[in-house]
Design a protein around this ligand. Structure first.
Ligand SMILES: CC/C=C\C/C=C\C/C=C\C/C=C\C/C=C\C/C=C\C=C\C(=O)SCCNC(=O)CCNC(=O)[C@H](O)C(C)(C)COP(=O)(O)OP(=O)(O)OC[C@H]1O[C@@H](n2cnc3c(N)ncnc32)[C@H](O)[C@@H]1OP(=O)(O)O
Ligand SMILES: Cc1cc2nc3c(=O)[nH]c(=O)nc-3n(C[C@H](O)[C@H](O)[C@H](O)COP(=O)(O)OP(=O)(O)OC[C@H]3O[C@@H](n4cnc5c(N)ncnc54)[C@H](O)[C@@H]3O)c2cc1C
Length: 664
């Protein structure tokens, strides 16, 4: 039935102003308006249709992506969209493509690591897409260990060129998105060699394909690395392999903001720390944290709407069965994910601010906040992508059997999303970077240099090592100070405990390796504290709209108390809380679930996702799930004919054979 809202009764229960919540979720009225306009533009254009994606074979899928990406570029130019609008439009097209890497890594790498002159030369070409670029760092043999990359860039003073070479099979570049079939250029990371001496890893702009006929340039071997996880999904992307056979590039194509190579082959280090060579990764990690809230909220929106539509058991006197969203078990799995989506949204907003701040400082040669920015982007990227990937899979399970259908949108969302736990730094490797930062901070306590920013709580280490939780009744857990102190004490005590164990090793690196699993747990505790504290900070802001702030307070409570419940072992083992207090936190959590329940549908409506963007029958706005599932089944190509292809060849002979056996 067209036009009927099957979730209307749910929407009537709402206790807050959804339109105002949409603004909070978007970040500002301006961002909301841009997103809304771009989402509708994409949803109403048939070229951006995506429901057939999972059915397409790789070649067709890839060509289809090229068609959409070039059409999107055409529309961006025709409509004279701003950079912000263009980037939103691309994200609502919702199909990984070479353009993600061009705009998301190639351009930022030149901006961050190129000199003014290099930026002037290369950026206009990239902005007009007269060249298309990728980010070629990872190799077949090394990804996490960037210092272990094998590709060489040897300076030839005779010709004033670098010779880029892949000396071994394992030095082949492997994975760069957009490289396989599209990119004309790449920022290639290689080991700089001057006069036989190694000078670490640097970025070089290398042309890969002819701008005339797209053929690989001499000395370059390039191809796609093959099919990846899932159908449709990330297979729209041409992740590539690349080998260099003594390829020559001019000296001025080494990105020289961090270090310069002079005409006579000498290296000159600028004041900028060498870690800025890793700057593009810091930038992208920060954007990945923002994207985590989008991916998780999509899954949660689908699972929440479907949980309100779906009924199982509990019918009495022929009345309707129970909506599965009313089961406490369903709530205890779903509502923490809903709360996490909001939490990640706010921490992502804050991280964007932190990144902008560190960038401005770097421009003024202030490098003091770089270690914290690295630890925060690495740790939050790791935490939010792990929770989101698991959350998408949990959302699929929350939708029961129908969640496993491609038309639920969840399998493809998972398949596209799950590599986020690996790209831009494997999540464990990144948490170990946070752990190093924590151990360094603990070792410097008492040195007279007070820890600042997200680590400033360590400055109160004596108090945090001794304090005990003051909670006496469940409602006390609604006090932000009680929750914050609990998370601070847990994080501080776990770090100090690791530091104490580390100090027993004569070789600190051996100790770090031996204790790495504990160190990762301490790093996770620290990152969870950041998310909780940024949620509380958000609540300090002036938030207009009837009931909006109240709902956010409830979600903040759900986020923090579900973490406390899930990790109660940490809180108990560090002796901050008693078992009784842990149990009171759980009682309060249950109560908060009841407060989320009437608002659940409105809380996911506030994401303002179009049905096109959600790409899910189970999550459609009107909740008219069953007729749509039934119709979609008939659209499957397998149902084009009643008798399947292959009947004559396989099924009929098989049945005949069974008949013969039966007659014997
Ligand atoms: C249905 C749905 C359909 C569609 C969905 C639609 C669209 C989806 C579209 C897009 C998806 C969204 C986003 C996608 C984005 C990207 C995905 C695509 C591309 C991915 C690209 C990549 O993966 S690029 C390659 C990334 N590689 C890595 O991340 C490598 C990880 N390794 C490292 O970073 C480093 O090697 C290391 C940090 C692990 C170690 O470095 P090393 O030099 O050996 O360092 P240490 O000795 O440990 O440390 C030395 C000191 O340096 C400090 N440090 C380290 N790193 C940094 C840094 N980055 N910044 C600042 N400082 C740093 C470190 O702390 C040490 O400091 P000390 O003070 O202790 O000395
Ligand atoms: C979809 C996708 C897109 C990508 N796009 C790009 C791109 O555009 N450009 C690019 O350059 N790269 C790209 N990559 C590569 C990506 O950045 C790397 O795969 C990633 O950094 C992980 O490195 P690795 O593959 O070497 O993992 P490995 O380091 O080999 O990890 C294997 C296992 O070892 C563990 N491990 C490794 N080191 C340690 C350690 N020190 N301590 C404890 N455990 C450890 C890890 O936790 C993991 O469990 C992409 C990857 C994927 C999947």
């Amino acid at each position: 039935m067209e036009g009927v809202d099957y979730l209307a009764d749910e929407r009537k229960k709402t206790e807050f102003d959804v339109e105002e919540m949409k603004i909070v979720w978007a970040g500002s009225r301006h961002t909301f308006e841009v997103s809304d306009r771009m989402a509708k533009l994409v949803a109403n254009d048939p070229v951006f249709r995506k429901d057939d994606r999972v059915m397409l074979a790789r070649k067709d899928l890839f060509k289809n992506t090229l068609r959409k990406a070039t059409y999107a570029w055409k529309r961006i130019n025709e409509l004279r969209l701003s950079e912000e609008e263009a980037s939103k439009l691309r994200s609502f097209v919702d199909e990984p493509a070479f353009t993600d890497l061009h705009w998301g890594m190639f351009v930022p790498a030149i901006k961050g690591q190129g000199t003014d002159e290099q930026q002037k030369k290369w950026l206009p070409l990239a902005y007009k897409m007269q060249i298309i670029g990728c980010y070629a760092q990872t190799e077949l043999g090394h990804g996490s260990n960037v210092q272990g990359l094998e590709t060489t860039a040897t300076f030839d003073p005779q010709t004033d060129e670098f010779v880029i070479h892949s000396p071994t099979l394992t030095s082949s570049k492997w994975w760069p998105g957009g490289l396989g079939k599209v990119s004309t250029h790449g920022v290639v990371y290689a080991r700089l060699i001057l006069d036989g001496q190694e000078h670490g890893i640097h970025g070089f702009i290398v042309q890969l394909r002819s701008l005339e006929d797209h053929r690989p340039l001499p000395g370059i071997t390039v191809a796609d690395i093959g099919m990846k996880f899932g159908s449709g999904a990330y297979n729209t992307m041409d992740n590539g392999l690349l080998r260099f056979d003594h390829v020559r590039i001019p000296r001025d194509q080494m990105l020289m903001r961090v270090s310069q190579v002079t005409r006579d082959g000498k290296i000159v280090q600028s004041d900028v720390p060498r870690q800025l060579v890793y700057g593009t990764m810091v930038y992208v990690r920060q954007t990945i944290v923002q994207d985590a809230s989008i991916a998780l909220s999509r899954a949660v929106c689908i699972a929440t709407r479907y949980s309100a539509v779906r009924r199982q058991f509990g019918s009495s006197n022929g009345g309707p069965e129970t909506q599965v969203i009313d089961y406490k078990t369903q709530q205890s799995r779903l509502f923490p994910l809903l709360a996490s989506a909001y939490a990640f949204r706010f921490v992502g907003e804050w991280l964007k601010w932190l990144y902008t701040d560190v960038t401005q400082r770097l421009q003024a040669n202030d490098f003091s906040t770089l270690p914290e920015a690295h630890a925060c982007t690495a740790g939050l990227k790791s935490l939010t992508t792990s929770v989101t990937a698991d959350g998408i899979e949990e959302s699929r399970k929350l939708c029961g059997g129908h969640g496993y259908l491609a038309s639920s949108g969840l399998p493809e969302l998972f398949a596209v999303y799950v590599p986020a736990c690996t790209y831009e730094g494997d999540n464990t490797v990144l948490m170990l970077q946070v752990a190093r930062f924590l151990m360094k901070t603990v070792s410097q306590l008492g040195s007279g240099k007070p820890p600042v920013g997200t680590i400033s709580y360590m400055g109160r280490i004596e108090q945090l090592m001794q304090c005990r939780c003051a909670v006496k009744k469940a409602g006390d857990w609604l006090n932000p100070n009680a929750v914050l102190e609990a998370f601070e004490a847990r994080a501080a005590r776990m770090s100090v405990s690791c530091a104490q164990k580390l100090s027993k090793f004569s070789n600190p690196e051996e100790g770090f390796a031996e204790l790495s699993a504990d160190l990762v747990e301490a790093a996770v505790a620290h990152c969870q504290l950041i998310v909780v504290s940024k949620f509380f900070e958000k609540l300090q802001q002036d938030i207009p709209g009837k009931g909006v702030k109240r709902q956010l307070e409830v979600l903040c409570g759900v986020y923090s108390l579900h973490l406390l419940h899930k990790h109660q072992g940490d809180f108990l083992a560090t002796s901050y809380i008693t078992p009784k207090q842990a149990s009171l936190a759980n009682d309060q959590l249950r109560e908060l679930y009841s407060q989320v329940r009437p608002n659940a549908i409105a809380l996911v409506d506030a994401f303002n996702y179009t049905d096109h963007y959600l790409g899910s029958i189970l999550g459609c706005y009107d909740g008219n799930v069953y007729p749509k599932l039934y119709e979609a089944a008939w659209r499957d190509p397998l149902n084009d004919s009643v008798i399947p292809d292959g009947y004559e060849q396989y099924i009929r002979p098989l049945l005949k054979q069974q008949l013969r056996v039966a007659k014997l």
